[in-house]
Design a binder for this molecule. Structure first.
Ligand code: ADP
Ligand code: MG
Length: 399
């Protein structure tokens, strides 16, 4: 789960990290009121969407030479003008995809006098199974480009969980950023606090880009992207409360309510599978036969009839779906439960597209019997290969 920049900064502040004063705003009036609470005379009007690259982004509704999604303003009136130009419009950045995202919130922040911009992120490094820091002097820019063209400018190290963060980690950050004296001391304190926040809140990613040195000689987190491990969210009601559902795919929200692992994809074949490995194999075989999956969906090991019904509804609600493939290997999950769930769902939402069902494992005969007796127009398949070929053929027949 991701949160907005202004929310992430509030979390950082609660761990004592240096951020600028700022006020979130949903309307132009709130933006103006917020700006009046700030010291001035430089303000920054920042679009709050769950995507980066806002500064270089473009608004769909505005002329091509209009300013981007992060704008400097030198007076309250400029804050007002920028806020009214930005709110309600669609910002397209390298991370939003061509459709862009509507800007419904702004963050009005005190403007900083920037001396240097650095890159710093904290993440879970799967290779070392540790929390790792990624640091570069080349901040504010496209870090992927830096990684590709000048990888020597990126310094990475991980933290041993047995010791936790130590002063030498902070000194490594200072060294990588070329900081000495008081700035190096600030880097040590910043590193410790970032690590503490990351672990305490079960973050998956914390990216500060840019981390700046101000003209006054202070380190400050000027941007913050924060993602959380969704498996640990139950421990953090304060973070769950920050969720902005308007930034997420409604199908994924519905799926999370039923504890289904669902990820929307671009293709035409809806998939209902149990087990992440089998789900991946199902996506692969659909592609092998020349079609594209519409989603990844793992209903899990012990899914109930209600869960299966919910899953089926989520799949059929997607207008891109031209056919459905149910692929279940009943181990803990019983094939008869799946069959009942599918039938209950079809009776509730109707079935206007081809449905191929492949069942195998516990109670498979009972499951097949339930589907046969239902009188539904279901195409039965014997194995995964057969199922994939049948659904691809059925979908092709429909367009
Ligand atoms: P994004 O990464 O989505 O483009 P940022 O928050 O990093 O958004 O802002 C883009 C750029 O705008 C920063 O690299 C920085 O140069 C400038 N900027 C952002 N916030 C401020 C601020 N409070 N004061 C001065 N400049 C800022
Ligand atoms: Mg940034």
């Amino acid at each position: 789960m991701n949160i907005h920049e202004y929310q992430a900064k509030a979390v950082l502040q609660s761990f004592g990290l240096p951020i600028s004063p700022g006020v979130p705003a949903l309307t132009v009036e709130e933006a103006v009121k917020g700006a009046k609470e700030l010291p001035g005379p430089l303000y920054v009007v920042k679009s709050q969407i769950h995507a980066g690259g806002r500064g270089k982004g473009k608004f769909k509704e505005l002329p091509a030479d209009a300013k981007g999604g992060v704008r400097l303003a030198r007076s309250i009136e400029e804050v007002r003008a920028n806020a009214s130009e930005m709110l309600g419009n669609t910002l397209v950045t390298v991370q939003t995809g061509p459709a862009g995202k509507q800007v419904n919130r702004l963050y009005i922040e005190d403007g900083s006098d920037i001396e240097k911009e650095f890159y710093l992120s904290v993440l879970v490094d799967r290779e070392t199974s540790r929390v790792a820091f990624v640091v570069s002097t080349e901040g504010g820019m496209d870090i992927e480009k830096v990684a590709h063209e000048t990888p020597e400018k990126i310094v990475t190290f991980s933290v041993d969980p047995a010791t936790g963060v130590m002063p030498h980690h902070g000194l490594a950050v200072a060294k990588a950023l070329g900081l000495s004296g008081d700035l190096a001391k600030q880097a040590v304190s910043l590193t410790t606090k970032l690590y503490t926040a990351f672990v305490a809140k079960d973050m998956a990613l914390l990216e500060i880009n840019p981390l700046i040195v101000t003209k006054g000689g202070e380190l400050k987190c000027l941007d913050a992207k924060m993602g959380f491990d969704s498996n640990a969210l139950y421990r953090h009601p304060d973070i769950v409360a920050l969720r902005d559902e308007s930034e997420e795919d409604p199908k994924e929200i519905e799926a999370s309510r039923y504890d289904l692992s669902y990820i929307a994809l671009d293709g035409s074949i809806g998939c209902m599978v149990n087990g992440a490995g089998l789900a991946m194999a199902t996506l692969d075989i659909i592609k092998l036969y020349g079609e594209e999956p519409a989603n990844f969906l793992d209903v899990g090991g012990g899914a109930s009839k209600e869960k299966v019904t919910a899953a089926f509804k989520i799949i059929t609600a997607d207008p891109q779906v031209k056919g459905i493939l149910v692929n279940i290997f009943g181990g803990i999950m019983r094939c008869d439960v799946i069959a009942e769930g599918v039938i209950a769902a079809v009776q509730e939402v109707g079935l206007t597209i081809p449905l191929v069902v492949r069942l195998e494992g516990t109670n498979v005969e009972l499951g097949k019997q339930i589907i046969r007796d239902s009188g539904l127009n279901v195409i039965a398949a014997d194995d995964l290969d057969d199922a994939a070929q049948k659904i691809v053929k059925a979908v092709r027949g429909s367009h």
